[in-house]
Design a protein around this ligand. Structure first.
Ligand code: AMP
Ligand code: GLY
Length: 448
C-alpha cells in the first residue's frame, strides 16, 4: 500500500490528499464512473446529483437535477466539493463548467463554447471542414424550403438528416428514400419537434461501415486515447428497430487495431484538439469521436463532449488506473503522459430495458437481484432504478447494465448472458438484445 501511495503521489505530480467528488447525472454511465472513483484511496466523499438506486449504494444522492446548474454550483461551494464530473451533455450545453470555473471550483468537462462540438452539429461540421478532419459530405440549411429543394435535386436518395442542436439522441434520421428525407426535414424544421434544435438542418451523405466510439481524455494540450468501444444503438438484434440511447457496448473492439487507432488519433483526435486551441476554444474533458470505419478510413459521424453511455460502463471495467487523480489533473490542465493503464481482456455491457422502450413504458416494476448468482468481474450498473418503500423498482427506459470482464470476447459474452439467463437480475417485461458483442467476434474473424 505504501508503495502504491508513493506511486500515486508521483502520478498526481503533487502530494494527494482526500477529495470530495460530485458526479452529475443519473445513468449507468454515472454509476460506472462512481464505481471506479469509489475504489480510489484518495476519495473522501462521493455525491451524485441526482443519481439512482445504484449510486445511492456508493455515495450520497442529492436531489438536484443535472440541468439545475445554479443549484449544483451552490451545493459544490457549500460542501467544499474538490472535483465535479459532468455526465450528460445537457449540463455542458447549459454552461455548468463555465459557472463552476467562475466560482473557482474544479470541474471535469469542456466549457459551453467547447461543448458545441456536440451541441451544434453545424459547429462541428464547419470545424471539421476548416481543419480537414474526415467527415461525411455535408450541407447546412437554415430554411426548410432550401433543404427540401436540395433533396429533390440531389442525385442520391440515401441521405442522413440531422437537427443541428441537442435532441436527446432523436434528431438524426438515416433515410433510404427522398420521401423519408423530406419527412425528416419537415419534422425538424416545420413541425419543430426538437424546438430550436431544429432551426438548422445538416444533410449528409449516408456512409456504410462499422461504427466505433473512440474516447480520449484531454486537458487541451495532452491527449490520451481510450481503447475503442462499440455501442449498439438499435433496440433489436442485428441493428434493427428504433434508435435508443444504447442497448449495450463492449471494449476493446478487436477489429480496430493499433494502426487504425493511430490513424484515428493522428487524423481526428489531435487535429480536433489543436484546431480548438487555434480557434481559442481550448478543449478539456472527454472528446468522444463517433466514427464510421469505411473503406476510405475512419470518418467522424458525430462528436460528443462527454463520456459515452453505455461505452463508459464497459470502459470502466477494463480501466486499471485510479481515475480520480487523472480527472483531477486533467481538470487542472496538468494531464500527465500516459495517465491510464488498461486491463488485458474484454468487457461487455448488456442493457436490460423496460418493455416498450424507446417508446412509452411503465415504471415501478419490482427488480429482483440474485446476489448469489453474481460472479467475480460481473457488475450491475444501474440506470433507471429507484427505491420505493425499500423496494428496488424500475424508473426509466434503460434500467440496468449487466457488465462483465473476461480474458476473451467469447468468454465475456458467455458470462454476461449466463448471468442474465439465470435471472441474476430480473423484472417483469425486461428486454435485452442477445447479440451484444457478436460484431467483435465476427469482425476479428473477417480480419484474419
Ligand atoms: P449521431 O447522433 O450523429 O451519431 O447519429 C446517430 C446514428 O445515426 C449514428 O450512430 C449512425 O448510426 C447514424 N448516422 C449518423 N450519421 C450518419 C452518416 N453520415 N451515415 C450513416 N449513418 C449515419
Ligand atoms: N453511446 C452513445 C452516446 O453516449 O451518445
Amino acid at each position: 500500500m505504501k508503495c502504491m501511495y508513493q506511486f500515486y503521489k508521483r502520478f498526481a505530480g503533487k502530494t494527494m490528499g482526500k477529495y470530495k467528488v460530485l458526479i452529475i447525472g443519473s445513468g449507468g454511465r454515472e454509476h460506472a464512473l462512481g464505481w471506479k472513483i469509489k475504489q480510489s484511496p484518495f476519495l473522501e466523499k462521493l455525491y451524485f446529483a441526482p443519481g439512482n438506486a445504484g449510486t445511492a449504494q456508493l455515495g450520497e444522492n442529492i436531489k438536484i437535477n443535472a440541468d439545475q446548474i445554479d443549484q449544483l454550483m451552490r451545493f459544490a461551494l457549500k460542501n467544499k466539493v474538490d472535483l465535479t464530473v459532468v455526465g450528460p451533455e445537457g449540463a455542458l450545453a447549459a454552461g455548468v463548467v463555465d459557472l463552476f470555473l467562475k466560482n473557482h471550483l474544479t470541474i471535469f468537462g469542456p466549457t459551453k463554447k467547447a461543448a458545441q462540438l456536440e451541441s451544434s452539429k453545424m459547429f462541428a461540421v464547419n470545424f471539421m471542414q476548416k481543419y480537414h478532419i474526415p467527415h461525411p459530405r455535408s450541407w447546412i440549411f437554415h430554411q426548410s424550403a432550401d433543404a427540401l429543394q436540395f433533396i429533390k435535386n440531389h442525385p442520391s436518395s440515401t441521405l442522413v438528416i440531422k437537427a443541428d442542436g441537442l435532441a436527446a439522441g432523436k434528431g438524426v434520421f438515416v433515410c433510404s428514400s427522398r420521401q423519408e428525407a423530406e419527412l425528416a426535414v419537415r419534422e425538424i424544421m416545420i413541425d419543430k419537434t426538437f424546438a430550436e434544435a431544429g432551426d438548422q438542418v445538416i444533410i449528409q451523405e449516408r456512409l456504410i461501415g462499422q461504427e466505433v466510439s473512440v474516447l480520449a481524455i484531454t486537458d487541451g494540450k495532452k491527449l490520451s486515447v481510450f481503447p475503442p468501444a462499440q455501442d449498439h444503438k438499435r433496440a433489436l438484434n442485428n441493428d434493427r428497430g428504433a434508435n435508443t440511447g444504447g442497448m449495450g457496448a463492449y471494449a476493446p473492439v478487436p477489429f480496430v487495431d493499433k494502426e487504425l487507432l493511430n490513424t484515428i488519433e493522428k487524423t481526428i483526435l489531435w487535429p480536433t484538439i489543436m484546431g480548438m486551441r487555434k480557434d481559442k476554444i481550448p478543449y478539456r474533458g472527454i472528446l468522444y469521436a463517433g466514427l464510421m470505419i469505411t473503406k476510405k478510413g475512419p470518418i467522424v459521424l458525430e462528436f460528443n463532449a462527454r463520456f459515452g453511455d453505455p461505452e463508459t460502463q464497459a470502459l470502466m471495467m477494463i480501466l486499471k488506473s485510479d481515475l480520480l487523480p487523472v480527472l483531477l489533473n486533467c481538470s487542472r490542465g496538468k494531464l500527465t503522459d500516459r495517465p491510464l493503464d488498461w486491463r488485458e481482456g474484454f468487457s461487455l455491457c448488456v442493457i436490460l430495458s423496460s418493455k416498450g422502450y424507446p417508446s412509452a413504458y411503465k415504471k415501478g416494476e419490482p427488480i429482483i437481484i440474485a446476489n448469489h448468482v453474481l460472479k467475480k468481474d460481473i457488475t450491475l450498473f444501474h440506470a433507471g432504478t429507484t427505491l420505493k418503500g425499500g423496494q428496488l423498482v424500475t424508473n426509466g427506459g434503460r434500467v440496468i447494465g449487466v457488465t462483465g470482464f473476461r480474458k476473451s470476447m467469447r468468454q465475456v459474452i458467455r458470462a454476461v448472458y449466463q448471468f442474465i439467463k439465470q435471472k441474476g437480475v430480473y423484472f417483469k417485461g425486461a428486454h435485452y438484445r442477445t447479440d451484444i458483442g457478436q460484431k467483435g467476434i465476427i469482425g476479428r474473424q473477417q480480419k484474419k
